[in-house]
Design a protein. Structure first.
Length: 63
């Protein structure tokens, strides 16, 4: 166990089976500053690798 009482080797799939769905959301509006931070984080986040990013966008596929 670590300092927070968590297992040293957590199971990768356990959060999927133990996380509860959020069905009751608060009606409070989301602050504009928080929305801006979330959008900026999404824009600056890493993108999935693509064929173009790998430099193979011009090569035909499946041949």
């Amino acid at each position: 166990m670590d300092d927070l009482g968590r297992p040293a080797d957590p199971d990768l799939f356990s959060p999927r089976s133990t996380l509860r769905a959020m069905r009751r959301l608060k009606p409070d509006p989301v602050p504009a500053g928080l929305l801006e931070r979330l959008v900026q984080a999404a824009v600056r986040g890493r993108a999935a690798p693509t064929r173009r990013a790998a430099g193979t966008w011009w090569r035909p596929t499946g041949r």
